[in-house]
Write a protein that binds this ligand. Sequence first.
Ligand code: 76R
Length: 269
Amino acid sequence: MSPSPLPPLLLDGWYILHQFFRVEPLPDDEAARGFADLFALWDDMGEEGWSGYYRVVGGGTDVMLIHFRRDLEALGDAERAVRRSPVGEHLIPTGDYLSVVELGLYALTAALLEKAAAEGVVPGTEAWDLVVEEALAQEREKRYVAQRLQPVQPDSMPWACFYPMDKRRAPGQNWYTLPLEERARMMAEHGMTGRRYAGRISQVISGSVGFDDWEWAVTLFAADPLAFKALVTEMRYDEVSSVYAEFGSFLVGQRIPAAEIASELAGGG
Ligand code: 76R
């Protein structure tokens, strides 16, 4: 079988907007209560998504809001609701990031290609498209896949870590010219490292090609912020990160439960 230049098959889930703000002092507590009410509504909207409020430590900003929504229109609605709320005029934007939850299916893609080659099915043909369509439909039905496409933050993991990243396109270090089999091998190694953090870190990988300045956003949740440092350090030594990854700025914050947002804001953010 000849090496394949194909991208991995993938599934898209909820859209995500990360928003960053500096918080100016609020003139009254009523605005803070109104803002908290928004987040009480958005805490858990089932299949429609959720929003979280995070107190950021350092990073040149005060607050990170993360909105997960089923479609881009609803994400825009959340953005406008924040801006138009009485608190909105006291929130000074320091940045934002648009992406969509992405489940890359390297192992599945590699397996399908191997099977297709054995059966004489050629990628790019109608027969291949049918194989792909069926395989993706089957994946979506799996409960753990559905859960990863619509991720929620575990109550036991109040800390969040956000950063954007790219894969390199440099001479001799070009992720996008590697055969799929090679990329799948490195992603499997990456997955093994990640799995050792099961229970300590919950990760959300979202794709932002065509949406924002980097190729992916990484959002990690943990009970102990040191778990972020440990996992990211360990992954730096995986070939896929050590040779092919570029990273943007990191931001770490702590989820403020909806019921505590009013006093958090009244206290000066
Ligand atoms: O099936 C498998 O074995 C691998 C599943 C898997 C994929 C496809 C996986 C597992 N990730 C995948 C894709 Mn990941 N991930 C990151 C980062 O800081 C760094 O060095 C990188 C940032 C972290 C911390 C992380 C964590 N992952 C991706 C992709 C898309 C690549 C592409 O399509 O080319 C990126 C950019 C990326 C980056 N990853 C895991 C984790 C963890 C903790 C796991 C194990 C999760 C689990 O098994 O529950």
